[in-house]
Design a protein around this ligand. Structure first.
Ligand SMILES: C[S@@+](CC[C@H](N)C(=O)[O-])C[C@H]1O[C@@H](n2cnc3c(N)ncnc32)[C@H](O)[C@@H]1O
Length: 253
């Protein structure tokens, strides 16, 4: 069967490309208030270690030196706060996310943590950023890229807003490559996560989408090719936790 090029995956469903963003927005509107709690419950706290690996790769200077980071699809500001805390007084993080409900949770978290001067939140589509060329030293995106309908457009925008010598880092769920663990992970993902989603966030379908979208995301070598195609150089990736997650990196050179 031939697939129409104007369609894309929304989890296991095929939907018109132009409809995907609204469906994704419904998911995150629904889960925003419980999003951070659900991350801890679903991953048994592992998401913290994965995010710390991303922050270590960003390696923000501890000094007064200005260092600007853009965190795409930054949601509730979890990555941004970690980078701001790891960096020195010159570190500034801009969170760009399309979903106002996720951003509102993030603004409140940044205020409560005393980081509202260091972390800014803007409502923006990663596919068309309202930001100038070459404005950032690093661009990060964590568990966001698989939700963006036009991944190539978002990668091109990440490249455009990075300065020469800047680094792009992407953390995303990937394909488990350890025999035995893959079966266990499959059972857990499709049986436990939607039940947790219903019990804690009141929305099993949202979490079923999140699991399905992980399975539909390209394997790490293919995603590395997409990053290269956007113009990044020295593209590399490392698998974490047996491939549950991959950390991709590329440079604008
Ligand atoms: C799974 S959450 C990740 C949040 C955060 N990065 C983290 O690691 O906790 C995915 C985020 O992607 C955002 N998103 C989806 N499509 C987007 C787009 N086109 N542009 C910007 N953000 C988008 C959603 O609103 C949501 O906040």
């Amino acid at each position: 069967m031939t697939r129409r090029s104007s369609e894309t995956d929304f989890g296991y469903r095929r939907v018109p490309l132009d409809d995907k963003q609204a469906l994704v927005d419904d998911v995150f509107r629904s889960v925003a208030p419980r999003y951070d709690l659900m991350n801890d419950l679903m991953s048994g706290g592992l998401h913290r270690a994965w995010k710390e690996a991303l922050v270590a790769a960003v390696n923000p200077p501890r000094s007064e030196r200005a260092f600007a980071v853009l965190d795409l699809a930054g949601g509730t500001g979890d990555i941004a706060l970690r980078i701001a805390k790891a960096g020195g007084p010159g570190a500034r993080v801009t969170v760009a996310d399309i979903n106002p409900q996720m951003l509102e949770v993030g603004r409140e978290r940044a205020r409560d943590a005393g980081y509202d001067d260091d972390v800014a939140f803007i409502e923006a589509n990663a596919e068309a950023l309202p930001l100038p060329d070459r404005a950032f030293d690093a661009v990060t995106i964590a568990f966001g890229i698989r939700n963006v309908p036009r991944i190539e457009a978002a990668l091109a925008e990440a490249h455009r807003v990075l300065r020469h010598g800047g680094r792009f880092l992407c953390l995303e769920f990937s394909s488990v490559d350890v025999p035995g663990l893959d079966r266990l992970y499959e059972l857990y993902s499709f049986n436990v996560i939607p039940v947790l989603g219903r019990a804690v966030a009141g929305d099993a379908d949202a979490y079923r989408y999140l699991v399905e979208s992980i399975r539909k995301f390209p394997p790490p070598d293919r995603f590395a090719d997409m990053i290269r195609a956007a113009g990044f150089r020295r593209v590399a990736f490392q698998r974490l936790t047996g491939g549950v997650v991959a950390l991709h990196s590329g440079w604008r050179l």
